[in-house]
Design a protein around this ligand. Sequence first.
Ligand code: PLP
Length: 847
Amino acid sequence: MYFFKTITVNPVLPERIGRLKELSYNLWFSWHPEALELFKQIDEQKWKECNHNPVKLLLEATGADLERVAGNQDYLQLYDKVMADLDRYMTEGSWFLSKYPHLSNKSIAYFSAEFGLHESLPIYSGGLGVLAGDHCKAASDIGLPLVGIGLLYKQGYFTQHINREGWQEALYPYQNYHEMPVKPAKSLDGREIIIPVNLPGRQIYLKVWEVQVGRIKIYLLDADITLNSDQDRKLTAQLYGGDKDTRISQEILLGVGGVKALRIMGINPGAWHINEGHAAFLCIERLQELVQTGVPLAAAKEVVRASTLFTTHTPVSAGHDVFDADKVDYYLNRYYSLLGLDRDGFMELGWDPGRQIFNMTILAMNLSAYCNGVSKLHGEVTRKMFHYLYEHIPVEEVPVFSVTNGIHTLTWMSEELKTLLDAYLPSGWQNNISDREQWEAVENIPDEELWTLHRRLKKKCIHLVRGILKEQKERHQESVEMLGEVEQHLNPDAFTIGFARRFATYKRAALLLRDKERLARLLTDPERPVQIIFSGKAHPADHPGQELIKQIHDLSQQEPFKGKIVFIENYDMNVSRHLTQGVDLWLNTPRWPMEASGTSGMKAAANGVVNCSVLDGWWPEGYDEENGYAIGEETGYRNEEEQDRDDAYRLYSLLEEKIIPTYYHQTEGCPKEWVARMKKSIKTITPLFSTERMVKEYAERFYTESSIRGQKFTAENFKIASQVHNYKRFIKENWHYVTVKGVEAPGDSEMRVGDTLQLAVKVYLGPIPPEDVKVEAVHGCEGDHSLTSIKTVPLEVEEQFSEGLYKYKGAFALEQGTCGFTVRIRPEHPYFATKFELPLASWAQSF
Ligand SMILES: *Cc1c(COP(=O)(O)O)cnc(C)c1O
């Protein structure tokens, strides 16, 4: 093999527009239409061909084109404005630092296996990555000192082609990093950074790259350098590719390499955010660091926990990475001695007692102070899912919280709508997305104006769709007539449904295709025609997912569906943007409750595209009966077949009876009622489901707490960390003594609202002093094998009877609907992050 030294030959940018280069390397461009316009005007055709990659565009632009724009007064005016906007953005005040000035030097490390920032940086597979990208953009907007850590994949996820037979083909083109908005990170002395990470029998060297996202940076690790063997260079080739060995190796590179990279760059985060279990090995490396400096492992665990937040993203069990004990042995045994643990001790850090396997989610949960799901419903589902780890406490109190996902609104909202909103919303609305009040002004937009704009975006979307179909047919070497046919595909006046997302089977892409006759009637109605645009990738190992694609593709080739159902290959952020801006209805049909959140519907809503969705993920929080449509109710089913059949039936009825008639009820070409729904979508959903709201919530509820806790636990030679550890050990050793001996509650069983219930409780604590526990009355309802609607009232020590035996007293007022009460004892420590940081409780047995 030949070895080439890569030299990037930069075009000579005329000095007057010299800062285009800087702009091309700051992903800030991705949410600023005027910045994108600057690149587009250099060469519109090239801009499209390089998939809107500004770095590549500048490398390929001709001198003549650059001179042309540099001599154009309008261009220069726009250029000056964009640069002034960028400068202002980079230096403007920070919401975070004005609120938490004492945390200015406490950065937050955000680890994620994928980041979806822009189509020019294809290191994402779907919602998880796009969320991570949107998270970083919002962090930059609010001035959060966040730093991202991820991997740079030479082949990205994969490029999807649909072949002539309708099968997905996965292509793995090599990305040229020198043509992408990434730069080698430099150390303080200006050198490129290479990090060594141990894998069995050798060291892997990782080059660190840097992506600038507004004011923050994401560091990406890359094994594809000549210091590594050919085999090892492929370790960062593909996102979610390869076998279990590749996967565990990648996760070690991400977690361990990420921590090392931060250290070398002199970044010492105050808080650590594990975005999905893939990154959980960062905890192991941090433990190792502390132990090497002489901190006992037990205290080290408390420090790591104190400063870490973990976000879990899916209730689908295959979405949780697990590794056999043998794999863990092979890849991580060097940590056993580094941490002073035996094999069992190490396994315990992430052991899943249910599945009897090492589970990255459990590792993350064990070593994080906080754990959250990504919608209220997902929080609930996750608590149920992991209840088996918390057998002593009710499912409702399993310490898993929720922060509902959002989108980076300015990335996803069309330029056209932004301009329209500029005219109707208070100025500065773009910096205040989560302020709900200002969105009321959406009602002031004249219906016709919003409708005309929407029709324009729909045409634009259809134009993109036809272009992609045409390219596909050209590749298939279809005849000129067949190519021409594409221009007749999709009718800009017909009601258009969009369905685009990863083709995981639980998302049920083909639900609407269950009854072909009924579907055909819908699509071919001469008065009220309907059409559907599908797009999405199936994981290359997911054969049922690929079958679904083929099924849709085949249907799209047959009468009467031809031209009315289309499948667009290679779903990416560009396709996603066009579809969520330009279709009429955004369809979402996951099998309840498998969708953790979903975010594409939020993108649609922000653009006035009406949602029609199963009440799963974020939708139960977003739906208010007027801003979209709900398919069915929030319930589970006995079996999948029944669930699919019922949901399909409901979806057809909803379309036939409500949605399509509303859409086609038009006066002078404008569907007033429909537009009312569009407005409701924009105004009620945009402020709540924005990453601005979301990242502020992470900051206020978790990042600040984690930073402060990390600091406290480390201070004075890890004094508090040791205290917390000693406390936990003492409590665990003695918990078997702790019992509720008796409960007296005078009063009869039929009391009235407002009556006070007096309680006298006898408890035995053994050697545990009363200040180490909380004795509390718990009232709520019983159901679903657990207590629900739980409220607690603390009881106070009244007297000590004898060694370890105490009387507690208290009272609480009965609320309507109180179904019952009991008494329990639980550990309590002032430095616990959550009520059940030590998930023990001793409950009254009978009284
Ligand atoms: C927004 C987005 C997703 C997430 O969609 P879901 O609603 O979560 O299914 C996936 N892929 C791309 C390219 C996106 O832009």
